[in-house]
Design a binder for this molecule. Sequence first.
Ligand SMILES: C[S@@+](CC[C@H](N)C(=O)[O-])C[C@H]1O[C@@H](n2cnc3c(N)ncnc32)[C@H](O)[C@@H]1O
Length: 242
Amino acid sequence: MDSDRPPLADHLLSPTGGLVYHLRALRHRHGLWAPFHRAAAGWLAGWQPLRRELVIVGPNAGYALPAGILTRFERVTALEPDPLARWLLAQRADAGRLGFSRLDCLATRDGLARLASAHPAAAILFSNVLGQVAAPADDWRTLLARHLSGHAWASYHDVISTAARPKPGGEPAIITNDRDLETTLARFWPGGTIELNDHETFRLASDRPHHYAVWQIARRRWHLVEWADNAGPPPDQAQTST
Ligand SMILES: C[S@@+](CC[C@H](N)C(=O)[O-])C[C@H]1O[C@@H](n2cnc3c(N)ncnc32)[C@H](O)[C@@H]1O
């Protein structure tokens, strides 16, 4: 890692995770969060990047990662600033090949380029972090296209969050190539205007179809989560690690 770049600093109290997230996970992971975790497990099962190495950015304790996923790779590197999350992740039964990196790939405009050069042959999973951390330049779609188009990567991330209740009995998860956010929102929320936070992460994989699911994170709070992926070059043409 470049010595002139600040490393990923420990954060136990953070708006994107921290102790509050662990407490929420304790309370809701087997209840309110379970339908979304099933959708995420389906996305991850369908993601077969055919790489030996996996880098996970923002895994937290792996609450949304299905059991066994870490054993699909010969080497797994996690970038996670929360020390308690790192400890819990390392306790998982499938964490035998897990290591940690202190690279902060989200803080600077060249962060994703540094991630790509540190892990040239890896598949990269952004684990619900790109909608939480503001892009340091341009927007995440532009930065991903600029620095990671030669990598196999995938991301699930918040697109919007709202206190408005979605349609009852709506689809648990869908795949669409909608070009505008309003059309996608109308699939999940009843018509009319809703108050929302836009996380500026709609269609991160540009022209490819994207997957969506609603995550009820608390009694009166819902997120629309997008799954985006980029296949990258075939494995035999992916760069090899030095
Ligand atoms: C909303 S939580 C998602 C946790 C987990 N992946 C999940 O799906 O339940 C966002 C995670 O990103 C982590 N994070 C925040 N800034 C980060 C950064 N610069 N690099 C890597 N991870 C970061 C937080 O510590 C937190 O664990």
